[in-house]
Design a binder for this molecule. Structure first.
Ligand code: ADP
Ligand code: MG
Length: 389
């Protein structure tokens, strides 16, 4: 895989697939983190004299033009962050857009409209990919967060370019996450959160490589069930319980450390802050939900993490959006921030929690790709990365 740094860009039309899938509020970008993450790549392109054509998806318009999912607000924000104009094209393919691209002068930036306004994008349609690819001379993918999807702008289109490479963000993600494919041991993986499908498969794959597994968040309920204990009205995907059982058995057989929370903070619902109380792992009441890990668990996790040389964290320990159920997640963020180990955090909400705690800079790597980083860490090859090789 080549880097954007290895490509000749001067005077050429650079088609740059970025991840500008940002939250919008009242027609404005409400969180520009993803735009900021790709600025180094765009600045490099500008300084190299490229004519920069940026493309991204936003939300799920399902092949239809949805005004509320237009990338127009992103062009405004991009221009503000770059401190120079960013033009906006109201489509991402077609003769009119080709003309706009052709007229760009070196260092100028054009942002295309939402790729997913065309059904061909998600279908990885070759004809759509051809029309999209016609816009550029050189192709760069910086959208690590979309690299696990075989969509036209990351897969089929990339295949049509002779000259292509990875943007600085994608390159960094691959470099940092690759360290976890061959980690310095002891390697600890901490998993939590609420997206059980997908996550638990990654956990299974990682259990082969990790020495220490710590389970919290909604994911932990599945392991509690696997032990035959009650979870009350807690989040549970019943069909994932056998997989939790399998992971427990595997770790036992292989002599790996796998720790479940020894205590939980429970309540009637996430809005029932007043009713919050701490109970042991076997004591989740029938009418309650486990919403955070307890203090004993945090102390136990801290002890178990002490020898770790590499630590991966994915998924909050509790419903951290609703105090007091944010304590476990915050405490873990602060604990990892102080660790001397290589520390990597991935997953949309986990990263948000780490930022909220104000300790993102203290981690070795904060991954911008949720699903993509999980798939990468499972050892799968990602279509968007394959297509660059
Ligand atoms: P990430 O985005 O970090 O990969 P997920 O998307 O899997 O994490 O899950 C994040 C969500 O998990 C958070 O919104 C949080 O409220 C929720 N969560 C964490 N613990 C629990 C729990 N015990 N019960 C229900 N939801 C939980
Ligand atoms: Mg999430």
């Amino acid at each position: 895989m080549r880097s954007i740094r290895d490509l000749t860009l001067s005077g050429r039309k650079l088609l740059l697939r970025a991840d500008f899938n940002v939250p919008l509020e009242a027609g404005r970008v409400s969180d520009a983190t993803r735009i900021e993450a790709t600025l180094p790549t765009i600045r490099h392109a500008i300084e190299s004299g490229a004519r920069v054509i940026c493309a991204s998806h936003l939300g799920k318009p399902k092949g239809k033009r949805k005004p509320e999912l237009s990338l127009a607000p992103v062009a405004v924000e991009l221009a503000r962050l770059l401190g120079k104009p960013a033009r906006f094209a109201d489509d991402c393919v077609g003769p009119e857009i080709e003309k706009l691209a052709e007229r760009l002068t070196p260092g100028e930036v054009l942002l295309l409209e939402n790729l997913r306004f065309h059904a061909g994008e998600e279908a990885n349609d070759l004809e759509f990919a051809r029309r999209f690819a016609a816009l550029g001379d050189v192709y760069v993918n910086d959208a690590f967060g979309a690299a696990h999807r075989a969509h036209a702008s990351v897969a089929a289109a990339a295949g049509l370019f002779a000259e292509k490479g990875a943007g600085l963000l994608l390159e960094k993600e691959v470099r940092e996450l690759s360290r976890l494919l061959d980690p310095e041991h002891p390697f600890a993986a901490i998993f939590g959160g609420a997206k059980i499908s997908g996550k638990i498969d990654t956990l299974r794959a990682l259990s082969r490589r990790a020495d220490i597994l710590l389970i919290g968040g909604g994911l932990a309920n599945h392991f509690v069930r696997a032990l035959g204990l009650p979870v009350g009205r807690s989040l549970l995907e019943e069909d994932k319980v056998p997989l939790a059982r399998e992971i427990l058995d595997f770790c036992k057989r292989e002599g790996k450390i796998i720790a479940l929370p020894s205590d939980f903070v429970v309540a009637k619902s996430p809005d029932d802050a007043a009713g919050a109380k701490t109970v042991g792992i076997a004591k989740i009441p029938a009418d309650a939900m486990a919403l955070d890990v307890g203090q004993k668990t945090l102390e136990q996790f801290e002890r178990l993490l002490e020898p770790a040389k590499t630590i991966l964290w994915n998924g909050p320990m509790g419903v951290f959006e609703k105090p007091p159920f944010d304590r476990g997640t915050k405490a873990l963020a602060l604990l990892l921030a102080e660790s001397d180990a290589v520390t990597v955090v991935g997953g949309g909400e986990s990263v948000a929690a780490v930022r909220e705690a104000g300790v993102a800079e203290k981690f070795t790597h904060v991954s911008t790709g949720g699903g993509a980083s999980l798939e990468f860490l499972s050892g799968a090859s990602l279509p968007g990365i394959e297509a660059l090789s």
